[in-house]
Design a protein around this ligand. Structure first.
Ligand code: NAD
Length: 507
């Protein structure tokens, strides 16, 4: 594997460890028992952050603060104009702090600096988009109920929204939830992943600087148990918005059942791309390479499963392998790096296990298939760019989320078979099709079971367009104008007007 493009350690000076505390009712607090947890950089092996480790006391205090702030009504009944002004200020502050946020995100997650900058820039854009929605909350009216009746349908904030986020896009994902909840007039309790807590803490600082009132957004740092579990089951929480693995998503649904709170879930994917023989194969190969290596494949939208017509499978696979050698893997602090480190040792072993399992089941490793040694980065965790062909639909590598830089190649003969293979998954997050024939693309788009379909492209994303999954990829939608609806509840008001009377009692 010495024909890969590797970026050696930059030797850049690393900042002193970030100290994270909880944000509860406007105050920055350590944990009552003094407990903390550490994050070691997956690329550099150094201490990046030491955070207060939340327990029951901090979680209950944060929920109580959010409940009190909501019930007080100041935020929920503030004008959309005023809420939008704060959200726009947050966006400006995110822009101002982009470099600082991006560097901490790199150190905690292992992703390349260029992509972290892009993520923070994209997050600011979402805050601005949500600010616009704060001024467009319209309900409905019914003026055809008879001479003396008028119906109003009001949209109201749902209440206290709990948000639990993962480690792969920590700043982007909290920004797909929080500004929409705030725009709707909700209050919030946020728990970032224990792997990547610090950028959410910085966001908390920016919320305060922008003028968000105390208690409207509270942040508790810590683990799924107990923090996330209490947030998911507590009666004072009206809704849980979760992004993470399907397994934990199911646990959250079970925990929320006791109080029947609303649950919104953005979960995993095993996203297929179907490549027809008439496709622009060079464009497809480039997008497939991007789709599998972006964020080291630690991406819910990873294009981890390609289904390619057997006439072009060999040529396309060879082209992807050739491009794989050119993608720069290495120190995420280098501007040149496009693929950084894997989040943890456990996860590195899990990725390798899928590849070795596929090999044992008869698949062929075309390129890669092992841990990657990056020059002068001995403390880092890296995995080689890996392409596995001869994958059959029954193999674990074809069905489960590998969440690493590992592409599975399956083949098909007929269009019907391609669609059947694409739908042969418990997930339904996103899917793609490559063909020059618009009818082939549209037929696929209509028949594939997925929340998002890309035709002749992969993984574009816009604040304007809703995102979410079907089947075991989730419930509900984020982004777009539907993104705010998740945090709104309907209230029906029936009014007797024009001095009418019902006269139920006669005489
Ligand atoms: P994870 O499910 O392990 O953890 C996510 C969050 O849940 C973390 O904050 C964790 O502390 C918390 N948590 C863990 N146990 C909990 C419990 N019992 N109750 C409440 N909270 C609990 O996921 P991860 O490993 O951080 O992230 C990777 C997963 O996220 C992948 O499956 C990926 O596909 C998915 N993801 C989905 C999307 C999407 O939009 N669909 C986006 C990004 C990531």
């Amino acid at each position: 594997m010495n024909d890969l493009t590797l970026i050696a350690a930059t030797g850049a000076e690393l900042p002193a460890p970030f100290k994270g505390r909880h944000l509860i009712d406007g105050a920055w607090l350590g944990s009552a028992d003094g407990a903390t947890f550490d994050r070691i950089s997956p690329a550099h092996g150094v201490l990046v952050s030491r955070s207060a480790k939340g327990g029951e006391a901090e979680t209950l205090a944060a929920i109580a603060a959010a409940r009190a702030a909501f019930d007080k009504g100041d935020w929920a009944f503030s004008s959309g104009k005023d809420r939008a002004a704060i959200l726009n200020r947050v966006a400006d502050l995110i822009d101002r702090e982009r470099e600082r946020i991006a560097r901490i995100e790199v150190l905690e997650s292992g992703k390349p600096i260029a992509q972290a900058r892009g993520e923070i820039e994209g997050a600011a854009d979402i805050w601005r988009y949500a600010a616009a929605l704060a001024r467009m909350i319209h309900g409905d009216s019914a003026n055809s109920l008879g001479a003396d009746m008028l119906g109003l349908v009001l949209k109201e904030p749902i209440g206290v929204a709990a948000m639990i986020t993962p480690w792969n896009f920590p700043f982007l994902i909290v920004s797909q939830k929080l500004p929409f909840a705030l725009a709707a007039g909700c209050t919030a309790v946020v728990k970032p992943s224990e792997m990547t807590p610090s950028t959410t803490v910085i966001l908390g600082e920016l919320l305060q600087e922008a003028g968000l009132p105390a208690g409207v957004c509270n942040i508790v740092l810590g683990y799924g148990d107990p923090v996330g579990a209490i947030m998911s089951s507590h009666p004072d929480v009206d809704m849980v918005s979760f992004t993470g693995s399907t397994g934990v998503g199911k646990r959250i649904v079970a925990a929320a059942a006791g109080t029947l709170k609303k649950v919104s879930l953005e979960l995993g994917g095993k996203n297929p791309q179907v490549i027809f023989p008439d496709a622009d194969l060079d464009a497809a190969a480039d997008a497939i390479t991007f789709g599998i290596y972006f964020n080291a494949g630690e991406c819910c939208n990873s294009g981890s499963r390609i289904i390619v017509h057997e006439d072009v499978a060999e040529a396309l696979t060879a082209r992807i392998a050739e491009l794989s050698r050119k993608v720069p893997f290495g120190d995420p602090l280098s501007d040149a790096t496009q693929v950084g480190a894997i989040i943890s040792d456990d996860h590195l072993a899990k990725i390798d296990g899928y590849v070795k399992g596929a090999q044992a089941a008869g698949a062929k490793v075309v390129i890669g298939g092992g841990v990657l040694a990056v020059p002068a980065m001995e403390a880092g965790r890296f995995y080689q760019p890996t392409v596995v062909s001869g994958v059959t639909p029954d193999m674990a590598i074809a069905r489960e989320e590998v969440f690493g830089p590992v592409l599975s190649v399956l083949t098909f003969r007929t269009e019907a078979e391609a669609i059947q293979l694409a739908n042969d998954a418990s997930f339904g997050l996103s899917a793609g099709v490559w063909s020059r024939d618009v009818h082939t693309c549209l037929n696929f788009a209509r028949r594939v079971r997925a929340g998002t379909v890309w035709t002749n492209t992969w993984m574009d994303g816009f604040a304007e367009l809703p995102f979410g999954g079907v089947k075991e990829s989730g419930l509900g939608r984020e982004l777009g104008r539907f993104g705010i609806e998740e945090y709104l509840e309907l209230k029906t008001v029936q009014m007797r007007v024009a001095r009418g009377r019902n006269n139920w009692v006669r005489g």
